[in-house]
Design a protein around this ligand. Structure first.
Ligand code: NAD
Ligand code: IPM
Ligand code: MN
Length: 356
């Protein structure tokens, strides 16, 4: 019986999580899979206010025995600075559980009008494979000459051969199961040490995958191509920061970031993997009940895939498509041109799952 830790976090994380959990429970039960969710109320800013830290001591052993972590979104910058809340929670999970791959699919769903008006489902369908434990998010650096007019802040980018190679190999393996193309996001014209290193490792790794087509773009023009030629892309492999940016840009081109899912994978299975929507806690809409729950629910499908219940995962994706295709404005959330709520959209998907 898979044991799953549910951690809602802050803001709309708390609103979309119950629907994600319910969708997974309903479909898992129909597939004879007995999933057992346990809820945790740490990794949120109220917990920080009470305890002075985001996570309890010993959180690694508390969570280490779970098969997966289902996560909402953390952050409420009005109360706790983002670098404190995020480095104290999500970024610790990714690192200490060695979730070195962050999988972020991006495709046009039925019924959602993308800003790229002449494109529809099938035209845009790519996967961002984001390096998730090093790179620009290194925490190595510091502030010198503090308080003087020579004050300076530096933060190093760290790329290890193990870290770069393993995520690139993961990307190539994904491409072999898809349309057999990998694009590398680089910036070796301006970032003169780590990015040429990234390019040289890409060349070395690609020689092991002769059946997979490759190309590479500097991140600036790659961002432009995401908007102008999204159909060029199948798997896009990127460093931690570039992958972060591309995985908000991609879903925005498909209509809304509210539908985008993500999987933080520890491929060895030594530690639990973590599944969460790409979006954050959205303070601007939190408490209004209008957050799109699809990013959370689709993340539940990725979690079921990871747990070996692929058929159940596909059922969730089909249910999402069916509800979007029906295009009932009373059901859809405002980010996709509806007048409905988190609850109406989430429950509509769960109702389809019950009937399927
Ligand atoms: P955000 O993703 O929270 O919101 C950006 C915009 O997208 C907002 O206008 C918001 O209303 C909209 N949006 C996001 N999710 C939506 C949904 N499901 N339905 C409809 N609209 C949605 O990004 P932000 O404003 O930069 O960050 C807010 C907080 O969340 C910060 O504390 C940030 O650090 C944190 N954050 C956390 C995560 C995470 O935990 N994985 C990810 C990103 C940001
Ligand atoms: C994401 C988020 C996080 C990141 C932040 C909140 C630290 O933007 O998961 O995309 O940059 O990795
Ligand atoms: Mn992000």
């Amino acid at each position: 019986m898979p044991k799953i830790a549910a951690i809602p976090g802050d803001g709309i994380g708390k609103e979309v999580m119950p629907l994600g959990v319910q969708a997974v429970e309903v479909v898992a039960q129909r597939h004879g899979l007995d999933v057992d969710f346990e809820w945790f109320d740490f990794a949120n800013v109220e917990y920080f206010q009470q305890h002075g830290q985001m996570l309890p001591d010993g959180w690694q052993s508390q969570l280490g025995g779970f098969d997966s972590i289902f996560f909402g979104a953390v952050g409420w910058p009005q109360v706790v600075p983002d670098h404190v809340s995020l480095w104290g929670s999500l970024l610790q999970f990714r690192r200490q559980f060695d979730q070195y791959v962050n999988l972020r699919p991006c495709k046009i769903l039925p019924g959602i009008t993308p800003p790229l008006r002449d494109r529809g489902p099938g035209d845009v369908d790519f996967l961002v494979v984001r390096e998730n434990t090093e790179g620009e998010y290194s925490n190595a650096g510091g502030v010198l000459f503090e308080g003087t007019d020579r004050e300076l802040a530096m933060q190093e980018t760290v790329m290890t051969r193990i870290g770069v190679d393993r995520v690139m190999k993961y990307a190539f393996a994904q491409a072999q199961k898809r349309r057999k193309k990998v694009t590398s996001a680089t910036k070796s014209n301006g970032i003169s040490i780590t990015m040429p290193y990234w390019d040289s490792r890409f060349e070395a790794v690609q020689s092991d995958y002769p059946g997979v087509e490759t190309d590479r773009f500097h991140i600036d023009i790659l961002a432009a191509h995401f908007v102008q030629h999204p159909e060029w892309f199948d798997v896009v492999v990127a460093s931690n920061l570039f992958g972060d940016i591309l995985s908000d840009l991609g879903p925005a081109c498909t209509g809304t970031i509210g539908v985008a899912p993500s999987a933080n994978i520890n491929p060895t299975g030594e530690f639990p993997s973590l599944f969460e929507p790409v979006h954050g806690s959205a303070p601007d809409i939190a408490g209004k009940g209008v957050a799109n729950p699809i990013g959370q629910i689709w993340s539940g499908a990725m979690m079921l895939d990871h747990l070996g219940a692929e058929a159940a995962g596909r059922e969730i994706e089909t249910a999402i498509d069916d509800v979007l295709r029906a295009a009932d404005p009373q059901v859809l959330t405002p980010d996709i041109a509806g007048q409905g709520t988190t609850e109406t959209l989430g429950q509509a998907i769960i109702d389809v799952l019950r009937k399927e």
